[in-house]
Write a protein that binds this ligand. Structure first.
Ligand SMILES: [Zn+2]
Length: 173
């Protein structure tokens, strides 16, 4: 065992690259056909990474992947009309990231002075202001949404990584 083995795909004898992948939490059941194909043909496609059974707040993680494994994985899915282990399409990815950060779609109006309140850490005031603008939304939902607003820079960074292909998505069809 040496470090070169560690960084090379044993199937394709190719150096692994570094990228980002969505973390999937919970138990995910793959078909036996998929698992066999993955182990034999594309064990380093790493479009996803497993986050275990707990629920974490992190959405993506750095992974080492093999280009040829990714191609083989895509071809396998095409051949067997499957989408197992594939990344989401671009629009779906945006939804996953927004939802993962706490975006609550029922909150449709955000008061204009909200960024200043958030920057000053006046969370209670910010929550009240959102409630006034969205009277049908309960307070718990508003608090989750505040978290999303606070993570906007993070979301922008992730979208830039989707843009540049570091975080891979499929094209919307
Ligand atoms: Zn490979």
């Amino acid at each position: 065992m040496n470090s070169v083995d560690h960084l090379t795909c044993p199937i394709h004898q190719q150096s692994l690259k570094t990228g980002l992948a969505l973390i999937r939490y919970g138990l995910i059941r793959f078909s036996e056909a998929y698992r066999t194909a993955r182990d034999e043909q594309f064990q380093n496609s790493c479009f996803y990474t497993m986050g275990g059974c707990g629920l974490g707040t992190r959405l993506v993680q750095q992974v080492q992947y093999c280009d040829q494994c990714r191609n083989a994985h895509l071809m396998w899915c095409q051949t067997y009309t499957s989408s197992e282990g594939l990344p989401p399409a671009r629009t779906a990815m945006l939804g996953i990231l927004q939802h993962g950060m706490g975006m609550q779609p029922e909150i449709t109006i955000t008061p204009p002075d909200l960024p200043i309140l958030l920057a000053n850490g006046q969370l209670v005031e910010a929550a009240k202001r959102i409630r006034e603008a969205n009277p049908h939304v309960d307070f718990g939902t508003i608090l989750i949404h505040l978290n999303f607003l606070n993570r906007h820079t993070e979301l922008d960074e992730l979208m830039a990584q989707v843009e540049s292909g570091v975080l891979v998505t499929l094209s919307d069809s």
